[in-house]
Design a protein around this ligand. Structure first.
Ligand code: SAM
Length: 360
């Protein structure tokens, strides 16, 4: 997913720097915590390296992604719906996953919340509708989302299977969204990638032996209850609230029929406003987080345009032990080229990885 602040292309840099400070010893450095997990990219990487991962984010769609990529670690069997799928050739777990996704991809659309609120539908006047998805994809999204919920409520699928399907839907509906990457606005005309049909391409499965832990909480609350070897922090850098920029994904993930407001169809996000996106509150929140962390190492990704200055971060992190910092030139987050938002700058920023080796 093209997500603001995604660390996907910075993974080699993060890996190199973290290994240099921590070493490759996974026997004493076993637990990696990704406290602002977003797309789960960083947690996934460290799960694959053999760590026990704790992932957390304030947004529910992000929790869904981590429940799939981080918490799910055993093959999914879908025993409860095999009969309904009416297919007898279940050879391996990969096959059954693909069969379920194919079944959902070919489901007939229905006019539900997404169709009614995020598509054109039968409306003619431009002011009366939102164009986040084609009618076909909106209706298909509703049918798939309702089916997943029905299966889960009827105990036909397990919790692990439920989050696999929800994460698969979130990833794939995002691919056909008619936006310039974020959901703060939709485009006036349907762009070519949004014209493609919604297909349920299965979300990646990462198998291993350990349990992993996923939360949907404010980082400053959760930090008081967890103990970790490596704490990785990737909070928002600026005033753009993720709850506003990804509200459509939040609504599809929750499917809770919220009251939507205005042209963009924003749900109420007053209880999901991040202090890390508020100039007046960020420093206090960050200091509270650092001082309450029970971890051997703390790493923080931040760039040179963030709300906190380099020196403020250094001062706060130094209170916990031996401080250091790595840096790398980085391309700024880009909106889609096809979109109307070409004015978004594409020049470089400096990405920092601050760290502290904690004394206690
Ligand atoms: C820079 S993004 C993380 C990107 C992530 N590392 C990735 O690669 O996809 C910041 C994330 O922090 C989350 N967030 C913001 N404030 C939070 C808070 N107080 N507690 C937990 N998560 C928060 C946002 O929802 C967003 O997903």
């Amino acid at each position: 997913m093209n997500y603001i602040g995604s660390k996907f292309s910075l993974l080699p840099f993060l890996d190199e720097c973290i290994s240099e400070i921590v070493g490759e010893d996974k026997t004493s450095n076993k637990v990696f915590c990704d406290l602002f997990s977003g797309t789960a990219t960083v947690g996934k990487f460290f799960k694959k390296k053999g760590f026990t991962v704790i992932a957390n984010d304030l947004q529910y769609y992000s929790y869904v992604l981590s429940k799939q990529y981080i918490a799910n670690h055993k093959p999914l069997l879908f025993n409860g719906i095999k009969e309904e799928l009416n297919n007898k050739n279940y050879v391996t777990d990969v096959d059954i996953i693909e069969i379920v996704c194919e079944y959902l991809s070919s489901i007939e659309g229905e006019k539900g919340f997404v169709y009614e609120n995020f598509c054109k539908g039968e409306r003619k006047d431009e002011d009366e509708y939102r164009l986040y998805f084609t009618d076909e994809n909106g209706a298909k999204c509703d049918a798939i989302r309702s089916k997943i919920e029905y299966w889960y409520k009827a105990n036909k699928i397990t919790e692990n299977e439920y989050y696999f399907l929800l994460a698969t839907l979130i990833e794939n509906i995002d691919k056909v969204a008619n936006t310039a990457s974020v959901y703060g606005a939709f485009l006036k005309k349907i762009k070519s990638s949004a014209q493609k049909s919604l297909i349920m391409k299965p979300a990646e499965m990462i198998y291993n032996d350990q349990e992993h832990y996923v939360y949907n909480e404010d980082a400053n609350q959760l930090i008081r209850r967890i103990k970790t070897d490596i704490l990785y922090l990737d909070p928002p850098y600026n005033q753009r609230q993720y709850s506003a920029n990804y509200h459509v994904l939040e609504t599809i993930a929750r499917y809770d029929n919220p009251i939507l407001k205005g042209k963009t169809g924003m749900r109420d996000y007053s209880n999901q406003k991040s202090k890390y996106s508020n100039k007046r509150e960020v420093k206090k929140a960050f200091e509270d987080l650092i001082m309450n962390a029970d971890s051997k190492y703390i790493f923080l990704s931040y760039n040179n345009e963030g709300l906190m200055s380099f020196d403020e971060i250094k001062e706060i992190m130094s209170k916990r032990g031996k401080y250091g910092c790595f840096e790398k030139e980085y391309n700024r987050f880009k909106a889609d080229n096809e979109s109307e938002n070409r004015h978004i700058k594409t020049n470089k920023t400096t990405e920092y990885l601050h760290y502290v080796i904690c004394k206690n």
